[in-house]
Design a protein around this ligand. Structure first.
Ligand SMILES: *[C@@H]1O[C@H](CO)[C@@H](O)[C@H](O)[C@H]1NC(C)=O
Ligand SMILES: *[C@@H]1O[C@H](CO)[C@@H](O)[C@H](O)[C@H]1NC(C)=O
Ligand SMILES: *[C@@H]1O[C@H](CO)[C@@H](O)[C@H](O)[C@H]1NC(C)=O
Ligand SMILES: *[C@@H]1O[C@H](CO)[C@@H](O)[C@H](O)[C@H]1NC(C)=O
Length: 277
């Protein structure tokens, strides 16, 4: 008998800890334990809506394990010392998933198949942090209609130009803490609802506006902690007509800042020059 089963047992019978207060769905927490996850161990007659596997050492996971929780909507896989490769097979019985968070320990070298989340039609939120992705491509998002995509700290150097082309409902794109230096033409095409674009802590030294499409809903864009040392303020308004927050980072000298602030008044945009690190 492994620790997993024990925790599951505790969880399912300690109502206050595991039960939502506003409906009759249950949560399963697997934490600070070791062992293998199987379908049998996750099986319960409760209607489980959330599965949280965090700060554990998961030595194995049977590919059909999540078939025990067919109504699960939210999955967290965070801070595990060990967690097996995440594959598409894992999600074959969980079509109601709307939110997946995988926040790995960098030292855990978490593996995720590029197509792992394909065809999860209800998925609107996907966060993957500290996993080595390197190249972002459309193959990762086949059959998805995400609203929030967070790929912070994924060693991203390259983004295919059609990566986001199948997800017109994208509202937030978090790409901070990567190695991005530029965007290919068309990367931001057909994103009519994108409100927030986080690009902080990357390698962007110049914004090549010819490669940027207009983002008509963009309210907030952040270039903090990039080696950005020049920016044409007139292009900001042109590409982001309703932008409220535009942070260009701390790479500009006082003379440049003063000139840009003066210019920004002409275009009625507010720009900031802040680094966080
Ligand atoms: C379980 O919960 C889902 C929503 O999370 C609901 O659609 C489904 O009807 C519930 N099933 C049962 C047997 O209560
Ligand atoms: C990113 O790349 C660096 C250098 O190659 C490596 O040390 C680090 O572990 C990688 N990060 C992840 C999350 O794999
Ligand atoms: C500020 O930066 C600009 C562009 O790099 C440069 O031409 C200018 O001499 C700098 N001004 C000061 C006061 O350092
Ligand atoms: C400037 O922008 C603010 C809101 O961002 C708006 O209320 C105001 O009407 C704009 N002024 C001009 C002159 O466009």
């Amino acid at each position: 008998m492994t620790g997993i089963k024990l925790l599951l047992f505790l969880c399912l019978f300690s109502i206050g800890f595991c039960r939502y207060f506003d409906d009759d769905t249950y949560k399963i927490f697997i934490s600070r334990t070791k062992g293998k996850i199987t379908k049998k161990k996750l099986t319960t007659n409760k209607n489980v809506s959330l599965l949280d596997i965090s700060f554990a050492q998961i030595e194995g996971i049977e590919p059909d394990s999540f078939c025990a929780v067919p109504n699960v909507k939210t999955i967290y896989i965070n801070g595990n010392d060990i967690f097996p490769k995440i594959t598409k097979q894992l999600f074959e019985c969980t079509p109601k998933l709307s939110s997946i968070t995988i926040d790995a320990y960098p030292e855990a070298h978490q593996q995720i198949d590029r197509n792992a989340f394909n065809d999860l039609k209800e998925l609107t939120f996907l966060r993957i942090n500290d996993v080595n992705i390197a190249r972002v491509g459309k193959d990762m998002f086949v059959g998805l209609n995400l609203e929030i995509l967070n790929l912070v700290s994924c060693n991203i150097t390259e983004i295919d130009s059609d990566s986001f082309s199948g997800m017109p409902n994208l509202k937030e794109l978090h790409l901070g803490h990567n190695l991005i230096s530029n965007f290919k033409p068309g990367t931001f095409k057909n994103l009519p609802h994108l409100k927030e674009l986080m690009l902080n802590k990357n390698e962007i030294s110049e914004i090549n506006w010819d490669h940027w499409d207009k983002l008509p809903s963009l309210k907030s864009i952040d270039f903090a902690d990039n080696p950005l040392v020049k920016c044409d303020v007139s292009k900001i308004k042109e590409h982001f007509p309703i932008v409220r927050f535009c942070n260009l980072g701390g790479g500009f000298n006082e003379t440049q800042k003063a000139a840009m602030i003066e210019e920004s008044k002409r275009y009625n945009v507010t720009i900031k020059f802040t680094n966080y690190y």
